[in-house]
Design a protein around this ligand. Structure first.
Ligand code: ADP
Ligand code: 5GP
Length: 213
C-alpha cells in the first residue's frame, strides 16, 4: 500500500483537519488508525484520557492517558475536555489542550471517539470529517471481540449489545467504511484523508500565493 500525503516531514498549513472516527467496539478502528499513523504523513492521534485500566501492551500516553476517576472528574470540572463520555462503564475524553496544540502545529488529527463524543464535537467543530467503521456482520464482530481476548465474556456481551445502538447513528457520519478485508478498508480510509486534503479549502494558500507573484 502506498503512503499518502506530501513528501514533507513538517506540516505546512496553520490548521489541520479533524478526522473523527467511530465504530462499535471490535470493528477494527484501532487497527485501521494504527496503520494510518504509520503510513500517512502529517497526521497524529489525539491521545484520549480514560479511567479504563490498561490492556496488556497498552502504553500510558501512547494508547491512552490512564487516570483515576477523581482526576478525570476534576478535569471535567475545569473544562479541560473538548468532549467526554461514559462508554462501557468507563470515562473517556478528548483533551482540549492536546487538540489545540496539534491543530496549531498544522497536523491533521485522528479522534477515536464513540458516537456520543462525535455528537458533542459536531456542535463545536467546524473543520471535522466524520467516519464510521462497520463490521461486515454481527457474527464477525463477535468473533473479533472474542479472538482479541481483551475483555471478559460479560464485557463482550455488553459491547455487542451496545453495538446495535451505535450502528444506528451511522447516518450522522460523512463516510461509512465496512471493514471486511483489512487492506481494502485501509485503502478506503486513506482515500478519505487524501481527498479531504485535496479540497480547495484545505489548499496551501502560501504556496499558491507564491505562484501568483
Ligand atoms: P476496535 O478498535 O474497533 O475495538 P480492533 O482494531 O482492536 O477494534 O480490532 C478488533 C480485532 O479484530 C483485533 O484483534 C484485530 O486484529 C482484528 N481485526 C481488525 N480488522 C480486521 C479485519 N479486517 N479482518 C480480520 N480481523 C480484523
Ligand atoms: P476501548 O476501551 O475499546 O479502547 O474504547 C471503547 C470506546 O471508547 C470506543 O468506542 C472508543 O472510540 C471510545 N473512546 C476512546 N477514546 C474516547 C474519547 O476520548 N472520547 C469518547 N467519547 N470516546 C472515546
Amino acid at each position: 500500500m502506498a503512503a499518502a500525503g506530501v513528501k514533507k516531514s513538517q506540516p505546512y498549513k496553520t490548521e489541520g483537519t479533524l478526522f473523527v472516527i467511530s465504530a462499535p467496539s471490535g470493528a477494527g478502528k484501532s487497527t485501521l488508525c494504527r496503520e494510518l499513523l504509520r503510513k500517512v504523513l502529517r497526521i497524529k492521534l489525539s491521545v484520549s484520557y480514560t479511567t479504563r485500566p490498561p490492556r496488556r501492551g497498552e502504553i500510558n500516553d501512547v494508547h491512552y492517558t490512564f487516570v483515576s476517576r477523581e482526576k478525570f472528574k476534576s478535569m471535567i470540572d475545569r473544562g479541560e475536555f473538548a468532549e467526554w463520555a461514559v462508554v462501557h462503564g468507563n470515562l473517556y475524553g478528548t483533551s482540549l489542550k492536546r487538540l489545540k496544540k496539534l491543530n496549531k502545529e498544522g497536523y491533521d488529527i485522528i479522534l477515536d471517539v464513540d458516537v456520543q463524543g462525535a455528537g458533542q464535537l459536531r456542535k463545536t467543530c467546524t473543520n471535522a470529517v466524520y467516519v464510521f467503521v462497520l463490521p461486515p456482520s454481527m457474527k464477525v464482530l463477535k468473533k473479533r471481540l472474542m479472538d482479541r481476548n481483551t475483555e471478559e465474556t460479560d464485557k463482550i456481551k455488553q459491547r455487542l449489545d451496545r453495538a446495535r445502538d451505535e450502528i444506528a447513528a451511522y447516518k450522522d457520519y460523512d463516510y461509512i467504511i465496512v471493514n471486511d478485508k483489512l487492506e481494502k478498508a485501509y485503502r478506503e480510509l486513506e482515500s478519505v484523508i487524501v481527498s479531504t486534503r485535496l479540497e480547495t479549502k484545505n489548499a496551501d494558500r502560501q504556496m499558491i500565493k507564491s505562484l501568483l507573484k
